[in-house]
Ligand binder design. Structure first.
Ligand code: AVI
Length: 321
């Protein structure tokens, strides 16, 4: 006998794919880029010279390790360091090393939507930093936030690196920040990365590499639909297209049909038609400045304590309470 398990993530995926491909214009959520292959592609993106975000944030964490670490410290009861969207934890390790070396009493709680990423990170930390106390979890941001509310025994520092907030439109970002605020007590801190406005060409290049890594990453959502819910997308017939609007400071990714097509997705009983040059909008990567971040903070009931920038001022990490 074979038993199939349907998790809530499965049903959400099916529901959202159905909705997005039935809509006009069509869309799919970028959160579905991340499976084993997508995680690897994202790691490759982070290593690309064009994708400056990772290097900038790494520089900030390396240049200000002590100041940031000491902001986090609670000498009385210690703290829980909760990282949403932890990924491979490469940048966080700079802080984790400082904190373990300097006798911080803390638990590191990495949380990621990708089971694969959480597993890899936990295994890696067990080898690289065996004295670290790690309590990892798989989950979606909004769902995890509900659980964080019960986490009120000692100081919480919540970290969201990589400008991950940029994948949410402003109203959703405000909802996210408001929920974080609801989960925080007066002693808690939020440490968050925001990619900044800069030369539009620099931003466009970060999402439009010639090697095609970003293209493969963008198309991974179609590959997942094919593999997981019986789609028959001919992935090579879609073109990766990136635009950056300097007025709204939004980078947008699309998949564009290069010929008319009919696609079926068996497990959700869906047949969709694509006209030639019809689009699927797959991702936004919002860029920021101090004004926008102050506005987001105000709308969410948060207060900016301080911020840290890289040498080129391409990227900033803000501390909120
Ligand atoms: C995870 N996130 C913040 C990345 C970004 O910059 O929007 C995802 C990404 N998409 C294309 N390249 C990287």
């Amino acid at each position: 006998m074979t038993t199939t398990f349907t998790t809530s993530l499965d049903t959400t995926f099916k529901k959202e794919v159905f909705e997005g491909l039935s809509a006009f214009p069509k869309y799919l959520s970028s959160k579905y880029f991340y499976d084993k292959k997508g995680d690897k592609l994202f790691q490759d993106i982070m290593a690309m010279p064009e994708y400056y975000l990772t290097g900038c944030e790494f520089q900030i964490l390396s240049n200000h390790t002590e100041t940031i670490g000491e902001l986090f410290r609670d000498r009385e009861k210690g703290l829980d360091l909760i990282e949403l969207g932890a990924g491979d934890g490469k940048k966080t390790k700079v802080l984790l090393k400082y904190m373990t070396k300097n006798n911080f009493n803390f638990v590191y709680k990495p949380i990621d939507i990708s089971e694969n990423a959480v597993e890899l990170l936990s295994n890696n930390l067990a080898i690289e930093m065996p004295i670290l106390n790690v309590d990892a979890e798989v989950g979606e941001y909004f769902e995890v936030l509900e659980r964080l509310k019960g986490f009120n025994k000692r100081k919480k520092v919540i970290m969201v690196l990589g400008s991950n907030i940029g994948n949410l439109k402003h109203p959703k970002a405000i909802e996210f920040l408001s929920k974080l605020k609801e989960a925080m007590l007066s002693n808690d801190l939020l440490f968050m990365g925001f990619d900044q406005k800069k030369n539009p060409q620099t931003i466009l290049n970060a999402y439009n590499d010639e090697t095609g890594i970003t293209e493969a990453f963008n198309k991974n959502v179609l590959t997942r639909i094919n593999r997981e819910i019986g789609g028959n997308f001919e992935v090579e017939k879609f073109k990766h297209w990136e635009v950056y609007d300097p007025e709204t400071a939004t980078a947008k990714s699309f998949l564009v049909a290069t010929e008319p097509m009919q696609v079926t997705v068996e497990k959700i009983n869906l047949t969709v038609n694509f006209e030639k040059w019809e689009t699927i909008h797959t991702e936004i990567s919002q860029k920021y400045d101090d004004k926008i971040v102050s506005w987001l903070a105000e709308e969410s009931g948060l207060e900016i304590v301080t911020s840290f920038s890289d040498d080129k001022e391409y990227y900033k990490n803000y501390v909120f309470r």
